[in-house]
Ligand binder design. Sequence first.
Ligand code: FAD
Length: 393
Amino acid sequence: MTTLTAPEETTSACFELSEEALDMREATREFADKRIYPNAEEWDAASAIPEEIIKELQELGYFSMLMPEKYGGLGLSMLAYAVVIEELSGGSAGLGITVSVNNSLVIEAINLFAGEDLRTRYLPKIAEGWIGAYCLSEAGAGTDITSIRCTAVKKGDSYVLNGAKLWVTNAGLADLFIVFAMTDPAAGRKGMSAFVVEAKFDGVSTGKPENKLGIRCSDTREVNLVDVKVPADNLMGAEGDGFKTAVGILNGGRIGVGAQAVGIGMASLEASIKYSKVREQFKRPISEFQGIQFKLAEMATRLEAARTLVYRAAATVDAGKTVHRIASMAKLFASRTANYIANEGVQIHGGYGYIKEYAVERYFRDARITEIYEGTSEAQLMVISRDLLKEQK
Ligand SMILES: Cc1cc2nc3c(=O)[nH]c(=O)nc-3n(C[C@H](O)[C@H](O)[C@H](O)COP(=O)(O)OP(=O)(O)OC[C@H]3O[C@@H](n4cnc5c(N)ncnc54)[C@H](O)[C@@H]3O)c2cc1C
């Protein structure tokens, strides 16, 4: 008998879009149409998002979507959140990840893995405008997160942190960092701990912005920690909980990146349909050629499958069920789909697709990162296959 029938934890999670999700989708689409789509090219060229846009989104609550209302957030479901990230990322994938990191990796880390003291100290600050970043990766530690070298040594009422974190999204905007460090390097994953580190603590500094292929308007920098004294109370959970926190948080993060990928795919497809109707060759719009029609049909079908998987993973979180396999599947499939659609989008635009004047050039560049960060595609395959082999006795 097969054990590969639809697993209970996913089939019981219904993802009917709630009123809340539908309202948020409409409001976000409206915002994106007015404020993001017309400006995203400029932000990409400038490698920055204007401060007033960030402020506006903060005031509307987008930077605190996953924060419970009692701390000042919107308290959205994961499904409504995924819908919003998709819409924001359609306009600008760089903006999408800026918002997603603050919600999925920072607010969720504090809300789900820190105690009430840290929640009440930091979540309201984020609701009022603080921005957060997530510092896990290092020069020698990417997929293998257990090889981080950053250390935290207990001295009296503090921990002293030393190390360098690489490619930290939002680093240059951040008021606080979730930092992973080894409190017991000899204990491997059991020696990893997580801390809330304020950007203003002595010894914290950030490097210059990375010169990236895509998502250029998002801020990515190194974060350096030199003898940074962090109050012992800023330890999240207990010493040794860091690995569990890092892995647990990435489940939600993967839904955010999956939604970002769906947004990029959606925007690429919309641009391609529009272009195919106006571009004429052989005295007719190229949309009249079956070769182009089939490309659009394939892109739309894969987009819908990716969206369904991402929504299903989000609904699984909302249902309080085990999520790691479905979240990895959603991220794997949606990111591959975004790259497929963005590539076809450039093809449909021909030479114009290779020129910066058309947005598909940016979508093509932006799509690439979705297969890399918050776990590469290979890392997702590792999670899924490990789970399958464990299950099939
Ligand atoms: C723009 C950007 C933003 C980022 N933002 C953040 C952030 O905010 N916070 C943060 O902590 N990190 C961040 N990262 C880091 C990102 O999460 C890592 O780049 C990613 O996890 C991969 O690690 P790596 O680059 O070291 O690749 P590596 O782990 O060195 O992998 C190299 C290749 O080997 C493959 N590979 C590795 N191990 C295996 C294996 N066992 N089996 C098969 N294949 C394997 C990988 O899939 C990949 O193809 C960011 C990166 C970028 C580029």
